[in-house]
Design a protein. Structure first.
Length: 175
């Protein structure tokens, strides 16, 4: 029987690519869409949805990683953050998520459960943690693409198809 392979590089590479896909979308959003209100939720904007992605990462890093010594990036003001500030913030929170995944890899594939983890609805093995964050961000990326269409700012094919060019995004992410 073969020994189980160390999937650390694969897991971290997949995360970096996911982050790059999220940043790619943020970079390619039309400026007029950034502050546009969400139909049916007029106090929520596209900017707030993208800010939520970063802030959710920060919340998880704080809840699951802080007790293990991981630095927690600052959250952003979802109502005021600029695109440039958010791209920078996403970079910091991506490093934090990478640290969480690395911590799990260091502990045999499972993040040690901290006392602050009271929700307990996400198994803390690195596979589930990675899948959760990729699904969360994929949900919001799709939401933003749909909102762009609904608001009359249909994104160009180069942007929407670019969200699925993971080989290219992986190279851009350094993986």
């Amino acid at each position: 029987m073969l020994a189980a392979p160390d999937l650390r590089d694969t897991i971290l590479g997949a995360w970096r690519t996911n982050n790059r896909v999220t940043v790619f979308l943020v970079e390619h959003l039309p400026s007029q869409l950034w502050g546009a209100s969400v139909p049916g939720a007029p106090r929520r904007t596209v900017r707030m949805i993208v800010g939520h992605i970063h802030n959710a990462r920060c919340m998880w890093i704080k809840m699951v990683g802080k007790e293990h010594g991981l630095p927690v990036p600052d959250s952003v003001d979802r109502r005021r953050v600029s695109r440039r500030e958010l791209v920078s913030a996403l970079k910091r929170s991506s490093v934090g998520i990478s640290s969480l995944l690395r911590l799990g890899c260091d502990y045999g594939g499972r993040i040690p459960i901290p006392s602050t983890y009271v929700w307990r609805n996400l198994p803390l093995d690195v596979g589930h943690v990675l899948a959760y964050f990729v699904a969360h961000e994929g949900h919001h990326r799709g939401q933003i693409v749909l909102l762009a269409r609904q608001l009359g700012h249909r994104l160009p094919l180069s942007t929407t198809s670019g969200l699925w060019q993971w080989t290219k995004r992986s190279r851009e992410a350094g993986g």
